[in-house]
Ligand binder design. Structure first.
Ligand code: ADE
Length: 421
């Protein structure tokens, strides 16, 4: 691989991209610590890494950490609409990281650029949605031999990988970064919560207060979206298929009901489930005029857009990121970000302060793979707890927050069973 091999949309955007990357770094203290630690210790010296991530300012800073650690990194996009072209340009031209990503790719160009990143012949893969793993297990099996292991960022990717492992199909070990508490409790909840609301506002400029806001799915991401919509004064309804989560949503103060009952009242519907056709044809038929529908799950399968296109007599784009479908009787339904991850399509994704912890886990996860690949099995591993705790300690230190420590007496008490009532 040569540092000049890259595929970006517009090199003139590099200075603006570099400014945004440096700005993001000011909110990423844990990555800054890892940058200097990695520069001293070079824990990834000579390791070839292919990373398939949203090409954002935050991801750029992860790439810089990996490079400081001695890795050769090739980066491609994990979603056709999430690439920030200025960041891609800066990474390629200012930071010498080979990037293969254009915002607005179609299916073929998306996979062509992913294949270009795989041409680095990676020893470690870093995925957000398991696309590299998928390609390596199908189109590029000849590369499997050289792989030490991988890491996976997102809930959807981890679900897929666990299904592969259960089928005996997974050919190398993968660390589920999403399982780290310092990832999903903050990135999924506060990151998705804030960035989804941010993207709706940027795309539509509507007032949230007083609106009926339906959140489909009450996982960590759904919890975050519901919490932030409530905070802005929306009347929030949660839909779920999992009974315990439905009780939790109820006791958190939300109305819970099936989507078909909620949608006639909805001003906004957000899917965050990881499953397909959550908003299906019959839901779209029942939605009221002007309803805004968007998706914050990893893949663009949650809204049945095919059905919507069949139902519509026309479509227009009144604002960027808003497609307005004209239905029978003059009803209009508005889809944001073409049904793709709305927070990355119509805004900038999660803020750097949460990606700081997610990507610290990624960087340390890659080092863990490098150091332990000889003993790891072809399985999905949860993030080692000591790495998770280390990331939390670094974040707390950066925030100037101290915490108590157990006394020897307390440690002993927690390990004992003799002391009773
Ligand atoms: N996923 C969600 N937000 C992100 C961001 N800002 N950068 C990279 N991946 C993300």
């Amino acid at each position: 691989m040569t540092a000049t091999a890259y595929d970006i949309k517009d090199s003139s955007l590099a200075p603006a991209g570099a400014d945004r990357i440096e700005w993001a770094l000011t909110e990423m203290p844990v990555l800054r610590t890892l940058m200097s630690r990695f520069a001293d210790e070079r824990p990834l010296d000579g390791v070839r890494i292919a990373a398939c991530l949203h090409v954002t300012a935050e991801t750029a800073n992860l790439a810089r950490v990996l490079v400081k650690g001695g890795a050769e990194v090739a980066l491609c996009a994990s979603n056709p609409l999430s690439t920030q072209d200025d960041v891609a340009a800066a990474l390629a031209l200012t930071y010498d990281v080979p990037v293969f990503a254009h915002r607005g790719d179609d299916h073929d160009s998306y996979y062509r650029r992913l294949a270009a990143a795989l041409d680095v012949r990676p020893q470690i893969t870093i995925d957000d949605g398991a696309d590299l793993v998928n390609q390596l297990h199908t189109a590029r099996r000849e590369l499997l031999d050289g792989i030490m292991g991988g890491t996976e960022e997102t809930t959807t990717g981890v679900i897929r990988l666990r299904a592969m492992a259960a089928d005996g199909a997974l050919e190398y070990p993968v660390i589920a970064v999403n399982d780290a508490d310092t990832k999903h409790l903050f990135d999924n909840r506060y990151g998705t919560g804030q960035s989804v609301l941010d993207s709706i506002l940027r795309a539509t400029n509507i007032l949230i207060a007083g609106k009926v806001f339906v959140v489909c799915g009450y996982g960590w991401c759904g919890r975050g979206v519901a919490m932030r919509a409530l905070g802005m004064g929306a009347k929030v309804i949660v839909t779920e298929v999992e009974p315990v989560r439905a009780i939790e949503a109820t006791m958190d103060g939300f109305q819970v009901m099936p989507l078909i009952e909620a949608i006639p009242h909805a001003d906004i519907v957000i899917t965050v489930t990881g499953d397909k056709h959550v908003v299906d044809r019959h839901h779209l038929q029942a939605a009221k005029d002007g309803c805004i529908v968007a998706n914050a799950g990893h893949f663009d399968v949650e809204i049945n857009l095919k059905a919507l296109k069949e139902m519509a007599s026309g479509v227009s784009r009144p604002r960027p990121h808003v497609d307005e479908y004209l239905l029978n009787g003059g009803r209009k339904l508005r889809v944001l970000g073409e049904g793709r991850l709305v927070n990355l399509a119509a805004a900038e994704g999660h803020p750097p302060a949460v990606m700081d912890m997610s990507f610290a886990n990624q960087a340390l996860g890659a080092v863990h793979v490098r150091q332990n690949h000889n003993t790891l099995q072809k399985q999905v591993y949860s993030m080692p707890t000591d790495i998770d705790r280390e990331v939390a300690r670094l974040k707390l230190a950066s925030m100037g927050i101290g915490i108590d420590v157990l006394t020897p007496e307390q440690e002993k008490y927690l390990k004992s069973w003799q002391e009773g009532t």
